[in-house]
Design a protein around this ligand. Sequence first.
Ligand code: HEC
Ligand code: HEC
Length: 356
Amino acid sequence: MDFYEVNKIAGGLLLAGVVTIFIGIFGNTLVPKHDGGHGAEPHGTEMAATTPAARSQPAGPEPVAAMLAEADIARGQSITKKCTACHTFDEGGAAKQGPNLYNIVGADIAAREGFGYSDAMGELSGEWTYANLNAFLFKPKGFVKGTKMTFVGLKKARDRADLIAYLRTLSASPRPLPEVDASEPAKEGEAEPKAALPAPPAPVQAAEQATPAPGAPPEPEGQAWSFSLIGTAAASETPGDLAERLAAADLEKGKKVSRKCAPCHTFDKGGKKRIGPNLWNIVGDEVGVREGFKYSKGMIAFGGKWTYERLDAYLTKPRKVVKGGKMAFVGLKKPKDRADVIAFMRTMADEPLPLP
Ligand code: HEC
Ligand code: HEC
């Protein structure tokens, strides 16, 4: 059975939590690289089903796919306090006892450069799909027998969902969520709505992300960033500064930046909604009025129009500007990237709004 199919079924049976479904998932995704005496049996499922600890729990980790869309990302971030003794989460962050975890959702297992993995983890191939992360974080040593991650695990499904939803945002192009509101399938093999777990998209930018510029200064915006910066980021850039950035914007670059939005948005006239609404003619338009798209309450409350200033602030740190918003995108830290993409979006209209 195809991985994708198995996951669709898993989506339908989320609450049932049927162990055999998990065996199906793991069996298809976690194939040992070498048959080094462990055989092809997935470690995780054996353990989950047979250890005493697992027996006292419901058969295995409760699936979290359906909880991710409504997960509390800020809470997820605070749960990483349990991990920070051993892991950094910022882009280009150093390895500690464990590897750096920026952009881990959807990444290859045991593939962080320069990190010395245990044999047990090093032998696994496959990706950190939502299901794999869920199982691993539930009970690391159950999922990867012999891992050197000495962490007891997160037993509460809510904790894992919030944490995984947060991990997902730590990426230049977050993976599509496993479940979305949209009722029609997206085009061109993009994340399909209703799928419990979309087939892992091609490893876009894998090379770029795997090799942070050597000697690059540590990002000033680490974990604290999302808690502290937003108001100031928007406020410290005067409209004049934004107007200058827009006047000097590079449309081609803006189009490239918009690829980060493409898992969730189309920009062309009449384009479909994906995880987010179609963005044709968004610059200067009303907030939250795309027909057929189900906005968050936060976005509706935000109201008003998408002025240049508001777009610039929103794209800096979406969740801080639109409280209770559901755009799970980490934001564009570089003012130039924001100006370029806004300038690009401006052109995606019959009558582009005049520049400020
Ligand atoms: C006591 C230290 C420790 C703690 C606490 C810890 N980890 Fe780990 N983690 C490790 C080590 C060591 C590895 C490498 C495991 C191996 O090679 O077997 C690892 C590996 C991982 C991996 C796989 C990375 C890869 O490149 O494939 C993920 C994902 C992960 N940890 C997530 C977490 C999360 C999320 C938390 C907090 C909820 C956490 N860890 C807490 C030490 C820790
Ligand atoms: C992971 C998916 C995702 C990514 C990536 C993403 N968005 Fe969104 N976006 C959404 C969702 C979901 C909403 C609806 C938010 C709400 O209702 O709170 C949204 C809403 C918006 C809106 C408001 C639309 C309206 O109708 O009022 C704008 C503008 C926007 N996004 C721009 C962008 C841009 C530009 C990028 C890339 C730089 C981007 N988004 C990346 C999911 C995403």
